[in-house]
Design a protein around this ligand. Sequence first.
Ligand code: TYM
Length: 392
Amino acid sequence: MAKKSAFVVVNFMTDGEKDFNTMVVTPWEVKGEIDYKKLVKKFGTTFLSTKEITQIKEYSGGELHLLLRRGLFFSHRDFDWILQMLKKGEKFVLYTGRGPSGHTHLGHLVPWIFTKWLQDIFNVDLYFQLTDDEKFLFNQKFTFQESQNFAYENAKDILAVGFNPEKTHFIFDSQLTKTMYQIAVEVAKRVTFSTAKAVFGFVNESNIGMIFYPSIQAMPCFLPSVLQGKNVPVLIPAAIDQDPYWRITRDVAPKLGYYKPAAIHCKFFPGLAEGGKMSASEPDSCIFTTDDPNKAKKKIMRAFTGGRATIEEQKKLGGQPEICNIYWYEYYLFEPDDKKIEKMRSDCLAGKLLCGTCKKRLGEKVKQFLADHQSRREKITKEMIDEKIIKT
Ligand code: TYM
């Protein structure tokens, strides 16, 4: 079977108004307008269906998290299998992660907020990997010490999300010990350079640490099985950019006698600028968890919207919620009430709502969100993080 490349480059030459567009989605780069239908096809994942979504309701008392109900989580690999195994009495564990290259932004929080919801409703363990080695290896400007420091900073945000402290375990790559290193080496032996090149696009100039690294990100998929001495299903909530890792991990799993990890993918939470995801490489388009809440509100006031050039035009033609970041922030994260979000949309379309009003409303919500997050974050100590780091 032909190997699929992580470098998905699609030309939309025939896509009506979007005359020409190029999308790139890799674990390190997300560029251009994303067509999720094409991405799902290219990556070979499956859209979440009402069947799985209805099944989750059985565990969540009929409620669905907004991120699922409104479709930010949209695709999966074997999530249906995870639910079947659960029915048979085989409980899964959750695995997710962060590459500590800077401060945490709202886009990073999205999969973590959803992961916490999954942990709460299924009452399961969570393995959280901080890949301070990855960020050091993939960024020439970064020192190892810098990425290790950011790992601790990011871990404060992770714990501030409110994961169950009894059931949450950290893997800090710079502190890997015997069992974890052994699993990574077992994985590495079963992935050829040609596969790594095809999946990740490595070139002659890639350093050899980068080439080994995917086996480190694969390792936590098997760690729970090794620790529990039996095969344990693993479910990975993350944005779809991380999927190339799961593709190679799933190829290796049967060779090592483990279950293939399952994944549930989200789309990218947008940045504050026009188009594109929230990304730390565009700091002005980010709301960081460490931002002063008043400053964050000011960022929102400067955000790109679907507004028209003048108030008169806006009143006459109506706004364009489908391209408005303010609207999408409300839709996916900040306005759970379906009636209110629909009114926001229809009033905008009818020209009854002006961008300044929407920005102020969202600015206040984000300000409160950050103030709450920061008050939990400042209570997290290094000791609280250290005691959760796996040392086996
Ligand atoms: P990193 O640090 O790039 O991203 C951390 C998590 O945030 C997701 N993400 C986003 N989700 C929604 N909207 C956005 N704008 C956005 N930007 C980032 C990423 O998909 C990720 O889930 N290599 C990984 C670290 C890692 C990992 C894992 C991630 C190790 N093991 C297991 C997920 C699952 C990385 O650098 O993530």
